[in-house]
Design a protein around this ligand. Structure first.
Ligand code: AMP
Ligand code: MN
Ligand code: MN
Ligand code: MN
Length: 276
């Protein structure tokens, strides 16, 4: 099994890299990319845990992008985590993440939740607070019954506590990934509720910037969705990636490496790789 998209507790995943690795080994994953949101901090402990194990680790990241009014995610695979262009971008992204978190916290305060940032940071175990951490605060305070409801009522685009974030542009993010020696992949292209023409526009901008792939299979995608995205790969000459987008057992639809297979009529992004 191959899994090029998952999260550890260094971003909004539940498991520490060591536990994530064990989960991957148990699920018979042979090549795993850790793709935490806007951070590479989990890669070193993951590599250390994987020493001597029959699993290959790919250095990855999932970077947030502001494109028009949308928050888009772009995955970097086989990046050098020490690349200065990438490290500079990560610093900037996390400054903006923290500014946004303070603003979200203020909105939640107005909804009767005190110290939401501190509470979310405590749940996260770090200061790079993501919306799922705020969702957990909302659930703990009895404001919403589920994570989905937290996004629907408070955190999703246009809702009470939504704050647009000054994420980097498609061009900046792809340049940082390519500058770090990696390959850029649009994560879960069908999750942004883009019209077909908007999706094509995004893909053209991404291709022009030097992006090479899209996630054809993501999480619990249907065969219909995967076939549609395989068609997009052929039309726009893109490579195909695959990943579970696993965040831990509580909130993920599927576990590591259990996503449906890639359609046969697309080129796997790892086809030309020599993996050491
Ligand atoms: P952030 O990076 O802080 O904007 O948070 C984005 C993360 O929130 C995503 O990576 C998902 O893990 C999670 N997420 C986004 N939308 C939803 C939703 N509707 N329901 C549950 N989780 C969501
Ligand atoms: Mn996430
Ligand atoms: Mn994502
Ligand atoms: Mn993800």
């Amino acid at each position: 099994m191959i899994d090029f998209h998952c999260h550890s507790s260094f971003s909004d995943g539940e498991l520490a890299p060591e536990a994530l690795l064990q989960k991957a080994i148990d699920a018979k994953v042979t090549i795993l990319a850790l793709t935490d949101h806007d951070t590479t901090a989990g890669l070193l402990p993951l590599h250390q845990a994987a020493k001597g194990q029959a699993i290959k680790i790919i250095d990855g990241i999932e970077l947030s992008v502001r494109w028009k009014k949308y928050d888009i995610h772009i995955i970097g695979l086989r990046i050098n985590p020490e690349s200065s262009i990438l490290c500079d971008l990560i610093v900037r992204q996390n400054e903006n993440r923290m500014i946004r978190a303070q603003q979200i916290s203020m909105h939640l305060e107005a909804c009767g939740i005190k110290d939401a940032y501190q509470k979310a940071a405590e749940i996260a175990g770090h200061e790079r607070v993501s919306r799922p951490h705020f969702a957990q605060v909302l659930m703990n305070e009895g404001k919403v019954p589920t994570m989905q409801a937290a996004f629907k009522q408070f955190l999703g685009r246009g809702r009470k506590a939504y704050v647009p974030t000054a994420w980097a542009s498609v061009e900046e993010v792809v340049a940082a990934i390519v500058g770090a020696g990696g390959q850029a992949v649009i994560a879960h292209p069908l999750k942004y509720a883009l019209t077909q023409s908007k999706l094509h526009e995004l893909i053209i901008a991404f291709r022009m910037a030097g992006g090479v792939g899209i996630e054809v299979v993501s999480g619990a995608a249907t065969v219909l969705q995967a076939n549609y995205l395989a068609g997009i790969c052929n039309r726009f000459k893109l490579l195909a990636s695959t990943g579970s987008d696993y965040h831990g057992d509580t909130y993920s639809y599927i576990t590591l490496g259990r996503q449906p297979p890639l359609p046969v009529n697309c080129i796997p992004i790892w086809q030309q790789w020599i993996i050491e």
